[in-house]
Design a protein around this ligand. Sequence first.
Ligand SMILES: C[S@@+](CC[C@H](N)C(=O)[O-])C[C@H]1O[C@@H](n2cnc3c(N)ncnc32)[C@H](O)[C@@H]1O
Length: 202
Amino acid sequence: MVEIKYGKARVKLEDTNLIYEPAEDSFLLADVALKEADQGMRILEIGTGSGFVSAVLLANLKDISLIATEINPHAARCAKINGLELIRTDLFSGIRSKSSEKRFDLILFNAPYLPTSKDEKVPGWLNYAFDGGINGRETLYRFLDEVRGYTRPGGKILVLISSITGLEAVIIKMKSVGFKTDILERKKVSFEELMVVRGKLL
Ligand SMILES: C[S@@+](CC[C@H](N)C(=O)[O-])C[C@H]1O[C@@H](n2cnc3c(N)ncnc32)[C@H](O)[C@@H]1O
């Protein structure tokens, strides 16, 4: 098993044929999340993969409560090995309570964002790491349609997107579901630009 060292965090990584291997997108989201998170926050990460981003937060911040979800059973197991409280589920489905005291201060998602046709799908569970549907935004839009119900008033969401995903379309969607948007970070990586967009619940 490979171990990734990232600041104070040590993240174990099982088979990368089955699980998304943390890359520039994961690192960018982790760095921004560290700046946006505060002690005492209740945090949710959707689609945690190996658990990398959440493990970085847990290693660096005291007194946070953090829950993560993941659909891929191999990734879910790896995230548990990395010490996360993990719910294996589709997006928010396994999170029962939307009562106001149970809502989250900060919700993170590095969504699968590659525009993917039927012929381009990767075999097995790993496909969930990449496949954003025909326009690259299908899973992200499903997330955005639900996320407000899990965010406390004044709370924040951070989404990692790529220039491939289409920034303008994502911003319009985030505004339509009630968030004030800001682009917090941008990084050019080979053929694409990665961005972290923050939504603040109005
Ligand atoms: C681009 S990877 C990011 C993984 C990890 N968060 C990181 O930054 O390294 C997207 C992750 O979301 C998961 N995922 C995709 N669709 C999902 C869904 N509907 N519900 C839960 N997790 C999902 C994938 O299995 C994959 O682990």
